[in-house]
Ligand binder design. Structure first.
Ligand code: PBG
Length: 322
Protein backbone atom coordinates (compact mmCIF):
# COMPACT_ATOMS: atom_id res chain seq x y z
CA UNK A 1 0.00 0.00 0.00
CA UNK A 2 1.36 3.39 -0.80
CA UNK A 3 0.42 7.04 -0.51
CA UNK A 4 -2.26 8.34 -0.06
CA UNK A 5 -3.60 5.19 1.67
CA UNK A 6 -0.43 4.83 3.68
CA UNK A 7 0.61 7.90 5.61
CA UNK A 8 3.58 7.24 7.90
CA UNK A 9 2.96 10.49 9.74
CA UNK A 10 -0.32 9.22 11.26
CA UNK A 11 1.51 7.37 14.02
CA UNK A 12 3.87 10.26 14.77
CA UNK A 13 1.15 12.70 15.66
CA UNK A 14 1.21 12.72 19.45
CA UNK A 15 3.69 11.81 22.14
CA UNK A 16 1.48 8.95 23.36
CA UNK A 17 1.22 7.49 19.85
CA UNK A 18 4.97 7.79 19.44
CA UNK A 19 5.48 6.03 22.76
CA UNK A 20 3.13 3.24 21.73
CA UNK A 21 5.02 2.40 18.54
CA UNK A 22 8.53 3.01 19.88
CA UNK A 23 10.72 -0.01 19.05
CA UNK A 24 13.71 0.66 21.26
CA UNK A 25 13.44 1.72 24.87
CA UNK A 26 16.47 2.46 27.02
CA UNK A 27 16.39 1.13 30.55
CA UNK A 28 18.63 1.72 33.50
CA UNK A 29 19.10 -2.08 33.52
CA UNK A 30 21.13 -1.71 30.31
CA UNK A 31 23.91 0.30 31.93
CA UNK A 32 27.32 -0.55 33.33
CA UNK A 33 29.12 2.43 34.86
CA UNK A 34 32.94 2.58 34.52
CA UNK A 35 34.86 3.84 37.56
CA UNK A 36 38.51 4.61 38.29
CA UNK A 37 40.00 3.77 41.67
CA UNK A 38 43.34 4.69 43.22
CA UNK A 39 45.09 4.44 46.59
CA UNK A 40 44.63 7.04 49.33
CA UNK A 41 41.77 8.42 51.34
CA UNK A 42 39.26 11.15 50.64
CA UNK A 43 40.35 11.35 47.00
CA UNK A 44 37.77 12.43 44.41
CA UNK A 45 39.71 14.00 41.58
CA UNK A 46 37.88 15.02 38.43
CA UNK A 47 39.33 13.77 35.14
CA UNK A 48 39.79 16.91 33.04
CA UNK A 49 38.80 15.36 29.71
CA UNK A 50 35.84 13.50 31.27
CA UNK A 51 33.76 16.04 33.21
CA UNK A 52 31.69 14.45 35.98
CA UNK A 53 34.01 11.42 36.16
CA UNK A 54 36.62 11.03 38.87
CA UNK A 55 39.48 9.03 40.22
CA UNK A 56 38.28 7.81 43.59
CA UNK A 57 40.02 6.43 46.62
CA UNK A 58 38.25 3.36 47.99
CA UNK A 59 36.26 5.25 50.67
CA UNK A 60 34.94 7.71 48.07
CA UNK A 61 34.31 4.88 45.60
CA UNK A 62 32.01 3.27 48.14
CA UNK A 63 30.00 6.51 48.41
CA UNK A 64 29.80 6.82 44.63
CA UNK A 65 28.63 3.23 44.31
CA UNK A 66 25.88 3.77 46.88
CA UNK A 67 24.61 6.55 44.63
CA UNK A 68 24.91 4.29 41.59
CA UNK A 69 22.71 1.69 43.33
CA UNK A 70 20.21 4.38 44.34
CA UNK A 71 19.87 5.35 40.69
CA UNK A 72 19.05 1.73 39.85
CA UNK A 73 22.20 1.03 37.82
CA UNK A 74 22.93 -2.69 38.23
CA UNK A 75 26.68 -2.82 37.65
CA UNK A 76 30.01 -1.02 37.61
CA UNK A 77 33.29 -1.89 35.93
CA UNK A 78 36.44 -0.97 37.80
CA UNK A 79 39.78 0.27 36.52
CA UNK A 80 42.70 0.57 38.93
CA UNK A 81 45.54 3.04 39.17
CA UNK A 82 48.30 1.26 41.10
CA UNK A 83 50.76 2.79 43.56
CA UNK A 84 53.68 1.52 41.49
CA UNK A 85 53.97 0.41 37.92
CA UNK A 86 56.63 -2.09 36.92
CA UNK A 87 57.73 -4.14 33.95
CA UNK A 88 55.32 -7.01 34.62
CA UNK A 89 52.45 -5.12 36.20
CA UNK A 90 52.81 -6.92 39.53
CA UNK A 91 50.25 -4.87 41.45
CA UNK A 92 47.64 -6.11 39.02
CA UNK A 93 47.76 -9.61 40.48
CA UNK A 94 48.51 -8.75 44.12
CA UNK A 95 45.93 -9.53 46.78
CA UNK A 96 46.56 -6.07 48.21
CA UNK A 97 46.43 -4.40 44.79
CA UNK A 98 44.10 -1.45 44.38
CA UNK A 99 41.40 -3.37 42.50
CA UNK A 100 41.45 -6.25 44.95
CA UNK A 101 41.07 -3.84 47.89
CA UNK A 102 38.30 -1.92 46.12
CA UNK A 103 36.34 -5.06 45.22
CA UNK A 104 36.49 -6.38 48.79
CA UNK A 105 35.24 -3.03 50.12
CA UNK A 106 32.39 -2.83 47.61
CA UNK A 107 31.23 -6.39 48.13
CA UNK A 108 31.12 -5.72 51.86
CA UNK A 109 29.57 -2.26 51.85
CA UNK A 110 27.45 -2.18 48.68
CA UNK A 111 26.49 -5.85 48.43
CA UNK A 112 23.74 -5.58 45.84
CA UNK A 113 25.88 -3.96 43.19
CA UNK A 114 27.39 -6.21 40.49
CA UNK A 115 31.12 -5.55 40.35
CA UNK A 116 32.94 -6.23 37.09
CA UNK A 117 36.72 -5.99 36.88
CA UNK A 118 38.79 -5.12 33.83
CA UNK A 119 41.45 -7.78 33.33
CA UNK A 120 44.40 -6.16 31.55
CA UNK A 121 47.92 -5.03 32.38
CA UNK A 122 48.16 -1.61 30.70
CA UNK A 123 47.26 0.25 33.90
CA UNK A 124 49.93 -1.62 35.87
CA UNK A 125 52.94 -1.76 33.57
CA UNK A 126 55.56 0.97 33.31
CA UNK A 127 55.56 0.67 29.52
CA UNK A 128 51.75 0.92 29.41
CA UNK A 129 51.22 -2.11 27.19
CA UNK A 130 48.56 -4.70 27.92
CA UNK A 131 50.91 -7.61 28.65
CA UNK A 132 54.52 -8.69 28.93
CA UNK A 133 56.84 -6.89 26.55
CA UNK A 134 59.62 -8.85 24.94
CA UNK A 135 61.71 -6.84 22.51
CA UNK A 136 59.37 -4.31 21.01
CA UNK A 137 56.12 -6.21 21.22
CA UNK A 138 53.73 -7.76 23.70
CA UNK A 139 54.43 -11.47 24.07
CA UNK A 140 51.17 -13.34 23.73
CA UNK A 141 51.75 -16.68 25.41
CA UNK A 142 53.63 -15.55 28.49
CA UNK A 143 50.95 -12.93 29.12
CA UNK A 144 48.22 -15.59 29.25
CA UNK A 145 49.34 -17.11 32.51
CA UNK A 146 49.41 -13.69 34.15
CA UNK A 147 45.95 -12.85 32.86
CA UNK A 148 44.72 -16.03 34.51
CA UNK A 149 46.38 -14.99 37.77
CA UNK A 150 44.82 -11.55 37.60
CA UNK A 151 41.34 -12.96 36.99
CA UNK A 152 41.72 -15.39 39.90
CA UNK A 153 42.88 -12.62 42.23
CA UNK A 154 39.85 -10.52 41.24
CA UNK A 155 37.59 -13.52 41.80
CA UNK A 156 39.15 -14.16 45.20
CA UNK A 157 38.47 -10.54 46.16
CA UNK A 158 34.81 -11.09 45.26
CA UNK A 159 34.37 -9.82 41.69
CA UNK A 160 31.07 -10.88 40.13
CA UNK A 161 32.27 -10.86 36.52
CA UNK A 162 35.75 -10.57 34.98
CA UNK A 163 36.23 -8.70 31.72
CA UNK A 164 39.48 -9.32 29.82
CA UNK A 165 40.38 -6.34 27.60
CA UNK A 166 43.94 -7.19 26.60
CA UNK A 167 43.23 -8.79 23.19
CA UNK A 168 45.80 -11.59 23.54
CA UNK A 169 44.94 -14.72 21.56
CA UNK A 170 43.67 -17.51 23.77
CA UNK A 171 43.07 -15.35 26.84
CA UNK A 172 39.46 -16.35 27.39
CA UNK A 173 40.41 -20.05 27.46
CA UNK A 174 43.36 -19.32 29.75
CA UNK A 175 41.22 -17.29 32.13
CA UNK A 176 38.37 -19.84 32.09
CA UNK A 177 40.74 -22.65 32.96
CA UNK A 178 42.49 -20.66 35.71
CA UNK A 179 39.13 -19.72 37.25
CA UNK A 180 37.85 -23.30 37.09
CA UNK A 181 41.02 -24.71 38.67
CA UNK A 182 40.66 -22.30 41.56
CA UNK A 183 37.04 -22.99 42.38
CA UNK A 184 35.43 -20.21 40.35
CA UNK A 185 33.71 -22.24 37.68
CA UNK A 186 30.53 -20.21 38.21
CA UNK A 187 32.14 -16.81 37.57
CA UNK A 188 31.08 -15.32 34.20
CA UNK A 189 33.50 -13.85 31.66
CA UNK A 190 32.56 -10.74 29.71
CA UNK A 191 35.10 -10.72 26.87
CA UNK A 192 36.13 -7.52 25.15
CA UNK A 193 35.92 -9.63 22.02
CA UNK A 194 36.02 -7.08 19.21
CA UNK A 195 38.20 -4.33 20.58
CA UNK A 196 39.53 -1.94 18.00
CA UNK A 197 42.79 0.03 18.07
CA UNK A 198 40.85 3.26 18.44
CA UNK A 199 41.78 6.90 18.86
CA UNK A 200 38.59 7.25 20.92
CA UNK A 201 40.38 5.86 24.02
CA UNK A 202 42.39 9.07 24.52
CA UNK A 203 40.66 10.46 27.63
CA UNK A 204 40.68 7.02 29.32
CA UNK A 205 44.44 6.79 28.95
CA UNK A 206 44.78 10.14 30.73
CA UNK A 207 42.41 8.96 33.44
CA UNK A 208 44.21 5.66 33.99
CA UNK A 209 47.72 6.86 33.10
CA UNK A 210 47.88 3.99 30.67
CA UNK A 211 49.10 5.45 27.37
CA UNK A 212 51.82 3.19 25.93
CA UNK A 213 55.31 4.60 26.53
CA UNK A 214 56.43 3.43 23.09
CA UNK A 215 54.62 2.31 19.98
CA UNK A 216 50.87 1.71 19.99
CA UNK A 217 48.42 -1.16 20.44
CA UNK A 218 47.93 -2.03 16.81
CA UNK A 219 49.75 -5.37 17.04
CA UNK A 220 47.04 -6.68 19.38
CA UNK A 221 43.91 -4.52 19.07
CA UNK A 222 41.90 -4.70 15.84
CA UNK A 223 42.19 -2.61 12.71
CA UNK A 224 39.17 -0.26 12.59
CA UNK A 225 38.62 -1.21 8.95
CA UNK A 226 37.77 -4.85 9.68
CA UNK A 227 34.29 -6.30 10.14
CA UNK A 228 34.67 -9.97 9.21
CA UNK A 229 37.66 -10.20 11.53
CA UNK A 230 35.49 -8.91 14.39
CA UNK A 231 33.11 -11.81 13.78
CA UNK A 232 36.03 -14.26 13.96
CA UNK A 233 37.25 -12.68 17.21
CA UNK A 234 33.80 -12.98 18.78
CA UNK A 235 33.38 -16.55 17.58
CA UNK A 236 36.73 -17.57 19.07
CA UNK A 237 35.93 -15.96 22.41
CA UNK A 238 32.58 -17.73 22.59
CA UNK A 239 34.26 -21.06 21.74
CA UNK A 240 36.82 -20.42 24.48
CA UNK A 241 34.07 -19.88 27.04
CA UNK A 242 33.01 -16.23 27.00
CA UNK A 243 29.56 -15.83 28.56
CA UNK A 244 29.07 -12.34 27.17
CA UNK A 245 30.90 -10.49 24.44
CA UNK A 246 31.69 -6.85 23.90
CA UNK A 247 32.21 -4.55 20.96
CA UNK A 248 34.36 -1.51 21.64
CA UNK A 249 34.08 1.41 20.87
CA UNK A 250 30.33 1.65 20.23
CA UNK A 251 29.19 4.55 18.06
CA UNK A 252 31.72 4.17 15.21
CA UNK A 253 31.08 0.39 15.25
CA UNK A 254 27.27 0.07 15.27
CA UNK A 255 27.49 -2.18 12.22
CA UNK A 256 29.69 -4.60 14.17
CA UNK A 257 27.30 -4.64 17.12
CA UNK A 258 24.45 -5.50 14.76
CA UNK A 259 26.40 -8.28 13.03
CA UNK A 260 27.57 -9.81 16.30
CA UNK A 261 24.10 -9.81 17.83
CA UNK A 262 22.45 -11.25 14.74
CA UNK A 263 25.01 -13.97 14.25
CA UNK A 264 25.65 -15.22 17.78
CA UNK A 265 22.58 -14.27 19.86
CA UNK A 266 24.64 -14.11 23.04
CA UNK A 267 24.43 -11.26 25.54
CA UNK A 268 26.25 -8.46 23.76
CA UNK A 269 27.73 -5.40 25.40
CA UNK A 270 28.97 -2.24 23.73
CA UNK A 271 31.47 0.17 25.25
CA UNK A 272 30.55 3.80 24.68
CA UNK A 273 34.15 4.83 25.30
CA UNK A 274 35.81 7.86 26.83
CA UNK A 275 36.31 9.74 23.55
CA UNK A 276 32.68 9.27 22.54
CA UNK A 277 31.68 10.66 25.93
CA UNK A 278 34.15 13.55 25.80
CA UNK A 279 33.01 14.73 22.36
CA UNK A 280 29.38 14.99 23.42
CA UNK A 281 30.28 16.63 26.75
CA UNK A 282 32.56 19.18 25.12
CA UNK A 283 30.11 20.17 22.41
CA UNK A 284 27.37 20.34 25.06
CA UNK A 285 29.47 22.60 27.28
CA UNK A 286 30.10 24.90 24.33
CA UNK A 287 26.38 25.08 23.67
CA UNK A 288 26.82 23.60 20.20
CA UNK A 289 24.49 20.68 20.81
CA UNK A 290 21.75 19.78 23.29
CA UNK A 291 23.83 17.42 25.42
CA UNK A 292 20.91 15.57 27.03
CA UNK A 293 19.15 14.82 23.78
CA UNK A 294 22.34 13.84 21.96
CA UNK A 295 23.29 11.54 24.84
CA UNK A 296 19.92 9.75 24.82
CA UNK A 297 19.93 9.53 21.03
CA UNK A 298 23.45 8.04 21.03
CA UNK A 299 22.62 5.49 23.74
CA UNK A 300 19.37 4.56 22.00
CA UNK A 301 21.24 4.00 18.73
CA UNK A 302 23.64 1.61 20.47
CA UNK A 303 20.73 -0.38 21.84
CA UNK A 304 18.87 -0.29 18.51
CA UNK A 305 22.00 -1.69 16.84
CA UNK A 306 21.65 -4.74 19.07
CA UNK A 307 23.51 -4.11 22.32
CA UNK A 308 21.97 -5.67 25.42
CA UNK A 309 24.32 -3.81 27.72
CA UNK A 310 26.04 -0.45 27.40
CA UNK A 311 29.17 0.50 29.29
CA UNK A 312 28.91 4.25 29.49
CA UNK A 313 30.21 7.23 31.44
CA UNK A 314 26.71 8.68 30.87
CA UNK A 315 25.08 5.96 33.00
CA UNK A 316 24.28 8.24 35.94
CA UNK A 317 23.16 11.17 33.78
CA UNK A 318 20.93 8.92 31.69
CA UNK A 319 19.55 7.04 34.71
CA UNK A 320 18.39 10.35 36.19
CA UNK A 321 16.37 11.08 33.03
CA UNK A 322 14.81 7.65 32.54
C1 PBG B 1 42.45 -1.46 28.54
C2 PBG B 1 41.26 -0.63 28.38
C3 PBG B 1 41.16 0.58 27.69
C4 PBG B 1 39.84 1.01 27.80
C5 PBG B 1 39.16 0.07 28.56
N1 PBG B 1 40.06 -0.95 28.90
C6 PBG B 1 42.19 1.41 27.05
C7 PBG B 1 43.00 0.96 25.95
O1 PBG B 1 42.82 -0.09 25.32
O2 PBG B 1 43.93 1.73 25.68
C8 PBG B 1 39.30 2.26 27.19
C9 PBG B 1 37.95 2.68 27.59
C10 PBG B 1 37.59 4.07 27.23
O3 PBG B 1 38.21 4.73 26.39
O4 PBG B 1 36.60 4.54 27.81
N2 PBG B 1 42.59 -1.97 29.80
Amino acid sequence: MSFPITRMRRLRKTETLRRMVRETVLSVDDFIFPLFVQHGEGVKKEIPSMPGNYRFSVDELVKECREVVKLGIPAVILFGIPAHKDELGSEGIADDGIIQIAVRALKKKVPNLTVITDVCFCEYTGHGHCGHVIGNDVDNDSTLEWLGKMAVSHARAGADIVAPSDMMDGRVAAIRSALDKNGFSHLPILAYAAKFASAFYGPFRDAADSAPAFGDRRSYQMDPANGDEAIREVELDILEGADMVMVKPALPYLDIIRRVKEKFRVPTAAYNVSGEFAMIKAAGQKGWIDEERVMLEALTSIKRAGADLILTYFAKDAARLL
